[in-house]
Ligand binder design. Structure first.
Ligand SMILES: [Zn+2]
Length: 317
């Protein structure tokens, strides 16, 4: 609904702020009872995935792009009051930068590189939106088969934005923190993924089910190593990535369950949950009857049947 209004009017700042507030509360799980700080700045959240973020659209930028589209539609009626008002008062610089009329009277848009091309909303959007550096790791986290909940936690880990005890210790210097999983030292992204005895055991066992030999033992190293290989939508590209995200998610969840709910599972139970989740995910995919798929089926205790991986005898679910 707001997209309709955004294409017709320049939305008031207060409306944009209110809609952004609703989106932020949803993303960070805040409510009237649960307050907290955003883990990642909204401006960065609204940048594309290949620049290391979630690819949400900034409503303010999108509103301006849609209005420029309207302006383009009206631009031939140069004496239109609405056109003059929006052009002169509200979007003056942006219109000048992105829309122009060629000698033959055809309205075109100007790309950031100065190229004059037929007007396209998507082009103007690309040119106007905030630009950050491209990152090489986005396809390790975001790919078609990714579990969004797992990917979101892995994204926060990559950016080191989880609220771990090393960060809390800076805010509360008089308190002593101990990792809930091993009890040895305060937790941190580095410790939890996977220096901690508990999580290292889970990751070491899972690694045996990956064909990828030589993956490092730390999460940043693992992400950077996988990022060197393009995502080709093949079975092992998917398995490597969903395994890393699943183990990261479940270790974080176990840590939080222990702290906030007083519930504890041992490393073996967490390992089984991760493995079962991966098998469930694999069972939902259409696959080819290739050697790589057969190998995956063998390792994960599944069978290839009619383009699907089915749970075989010996699987724990
Ligand atoms: Zn620990």
């Amino acid at each position: 609904m707001h997209i309709y209004w955004a294409s017709v009017y320049k939305l008031p700042q207060s409306t944009i702020a209110e809609i952004d507030k609703i989106l932020k509360r949803f993303l960070w799980g805040h409510s009237d009872n649960v307050k907290g700080k955003a883990k990642v700045a909204w401006k960065y959240v609204c940048t594309p995935e290949d620049q290391g973020s979630l690819g949400l659209k900034s409503l303010q930028e999108w509103n301006e792009v849609l209005l420029i589209k309207q302006l383009w539609k009206l631009i031939e009626k140069k004496n239109s009051l609405w056109f003059n008002w929006v052009n002169l008062v509200k979007l003056k610089d942006k219109v000048k930068n992105h829309v122009y009329e060629s000698d033959d009277g055809v309205v075109k848009s100007v790309t950031n590189s100065g190229k004059k091309v037929p007007y396209k909303t998507s082009q103007v959007w690309e040119d106007m939106r905030s630009v950050h550096q491209l990152v090489h790791w986005h396809q390790v986290i975001w790919f078609p088969q990714a579990n969004p909940k797992h990917a979101f936690i892995l994204w926060l880990i990559k950016l080191d934005r989880l609220t771990t005890q090393d960060k809390l210790a800076k805010w509360y210097p008089n308190l002593t923190f101990k990792c809930e999983l091993c009890g040895n030292c305060e937790d941190s992204v580095k410790h939890l993924f996977f220096e901690c005895n508990f999580s290292r055991m889970v990751w070491t066992e899972l690694k045996k089910n990956l064909l990828f030999k030589g993956l490092p033992g730390d999460i940043q190293g693992i992400i950077n190593t996988l990022a060197r290989y393009p995502f080709r939508n093949q079975i092992w590209d998917v398995i490597n990535r969903i395994t890393v995200a699943a183990v990261a998610y479940h270790v974080w969840q176990e840590r939080n369950n222990r702290i906030f709910k007083g519930k504890r599972r041992n490393a073996n139970e967490v390992l089984m949950i991760v493995e079962d989740g991966i098998r469930m995910k694999l069972a939902s995919l259409m696959v080819k009857n290739s050697l790589q798929v057969k190998r995956a089926a063998e390792i994960w205790g599944m069978q290839v049947e009619m383009g699907r991986l089915k749970l075989g005898i010996g699987a724990s679910i």
